[in-house]
Ligand binder design. Sequence first.
Ligand code: IMP
Ligand code: MG
Length: 174
Amino acid sequence: MENKHRIEVMLTREEIAEKVKAVGAQITEDYRGKDVMLVGVLKGSFIFMADLVRAIDLPVELDFVSAKSYFGTTSSGVVDVKFDTHLEFKGKTVMLVEDILDTGKTLSVLKQMLLTRGAAEVKIVTFLDKPARRTIDIKPDYCCYSIEDRFVVGYGLDYNEQYRNLDYLGEVIL
Ligand code: IMP
Ligand code: MG
């Protein structure tokens, strides 16, 4: 079956790779001598996480939680979270790794959940930031690219579960 949408390239795989390496190097510098736990938000973060973790030169633990708030191109506003309840966050520096910070609902729910479960500090690392869409006061600690209010796909991000496998970032032209 063929995909029906026109996708316009916004960031090439080379541009993405360079930026992710730089953010990984920055985290390495900022957290030198410390242990960090990276927690990816599924499914969107899986490719970013795979690249980011290899750009960080620190002892890291890695895990994933699953959160869903979107259907098509609209935020449902309800965040459905699933995670392994055996995960131990107590006293840890946890970095939430996300594909995109949009309204902020998903990450504010997850951040609060990790603090409630004893994390010493929770940092936000996002591949993309769409500040114009924010409804909750939350900012990324690390961000690769800030973009305008466009619906984007590829590099892990989907439109109705399609296009996650594109190795570039593209805008969906509806
Ligand atoms: P928030 O809770 O509104 O910040 O939503 C964040 C989630 O919405 C992200 O993890 C994505 O799954 C999804 N999302 C937001 N904007 C886009 C987009 O442009 N393309 C694909 N998914 C998006
Ligand atoms: Mg997501």
